[in-house]
Design a protein around this ligand. Structure first.
Ligand code: AFP
Length: 335
């Protein structure tokens, strides 16, 4: 690979060249994700000026208040992929039903699942936000896909990643051969390779969890988090708490510096909050590709059987040793 600057376009064309069977469709799809990310980032930067803060008044399929920026980001992804010739179905955390795209059919053999704006409680307060995406291949050739075709296990993803809208916009993704990060250079409007082959530290010293839910957590989870806060002689603990309200921001921090994010199941809500197909599976693939782990507490996220489009799942994700330790407490192997 030639030296700096390696733009996203140059990178994907280079990768495509090493797959003689590639048609270029996947490369075009990644370029469109990059484009949607630029459009969302552009709206976020001007959000306080263009009357898109606050809520729309509607609630989404999850029963949550829809923010104007949630809707705008969702519309952006729909507009970018309609008539693109690239994806035959698009499912979004913001839409009850998937969108089937006959205009892209039968050329578009991919399906896109997206959480267009992750962390929407942060929209009005200038805090980090993200987009999470998962890409599946549709093998059917005689008809458009149906909902069941989108409900797949995490190991069937052909690619996954996220856009992190923080002090800069960063696109991180994997096609199952390592994880790479590209930072958007706003001056030239190009993503430039800034984090090649991201490898997560095996252990960190930070955790992210909504501690306000502490009393709703099962005993093993509470004990684990208490343990993280204890002081040990070697200085490995206490861990620092870093919780932003944006899964993407927190996972990005852990991906680069180590540690773990937890959104566990609760005693009265064992399924937790996060969505398997839009959040846990794609970030699980990224983190596993970087050497980390993603778990429900008892099983790998990527092995969870998907049964519904908007299925929720407990999520513990981060550095390998940290996640394994959390699992040991949750499963009662440690106390
Ligand atoms: P929204 O995007 O619906 O705001 O949810 C954000 C999120 O899925 C994840 O990004 C956060 O870490 C988590 O939920 C925040 O949830 P709490 O507000 O319950 O802590």
């Amino acid at each position: 690979m030639p030296s700096f600057p390696i733009t996203l376009t140059r990178y994907i064309l280079h990768e495509q060249a090493s797959h003689p069977e590639a048609t270029g469709e996947f490369s075009a799809l990644m370029a469109q994700i990059g484009l949607a990310g630029k459009m969302v980032a552009h709206d976020l930067r001007r959000a306080g000026l263009i009357n898109v803060l606050g809520v729309t008044g509607a609630t989404n399929v999850q029963g949550e208040a829809v923010k104007k920026l949630d809707e705008l980001a969702n519309e952006t992804f729909v507009r970018v992929f309609q008539f693109s010739g690239l994806v035959c179905a698009l499912a979004s955390e913001e839409m009850e039903q998937p969108l089937y795209l006959p205009e892209n059919w039968p050329r578009g053999k991919y399906m896109l699942l997206v959480d267009p704006l992750d962390g929407s409680s942060n929209t009005d307060v200038n805090m980090p936000l993200g987009t999470i995406f998962s890409i599946l291949r549709y093998e059917g050739r005689d008809k458009l896909p149906s909902e069941g075709d989108l409900i797949r296990g995490g190991r069937e993803q052909v690619a996954a990643g996220y856009l992190s809208y923080g002090t800069s916009t960063v696109l991180v993704f994997t096609v199952g051969q390592g994880v790479h990060g590209f930072t958007l250079d706003p001056g030239v409007g190009e993503y430039v390779l800034s984090h090649e082959h991201i490898t997560m530290p095996a252990r960190g010293k930070q955790y992210a969890a909504n501690d306000g839910n502490y009393h709703k957590w099962p005993a093993g989870t509470r004990r684990y988090v208490d343990w993280l806060k204890e002081t040990d002689k070697t200085g490995a603990r206490p861990y620092s708490a870093r919780y932003s309200g944006c899964l993407v921001g927190d996972v990005h921090r852990m991906l680069l510096g180590g540690g773990l994010y937890l959104y566990p199941g609760e005693t009265n809500k064992p399924e937790g909050k996060l969505r398997l197909l839009y959040e846990a599976n794609p970030l699980g693939m990224v983190v596993e590709q970087a050497g980390g782990l993603a778990s429900t507490g008892t099983a790998s996220i990527l092995d969870v059987k998907a049964t519904t489009l908007h299925q929720r799942v407990p999520l513990i994700i981060g550095s390998r040793d940290d996640v394994q330790e959390a699992e040991a407490f949750i499963q009662g192997r440690r106390t």
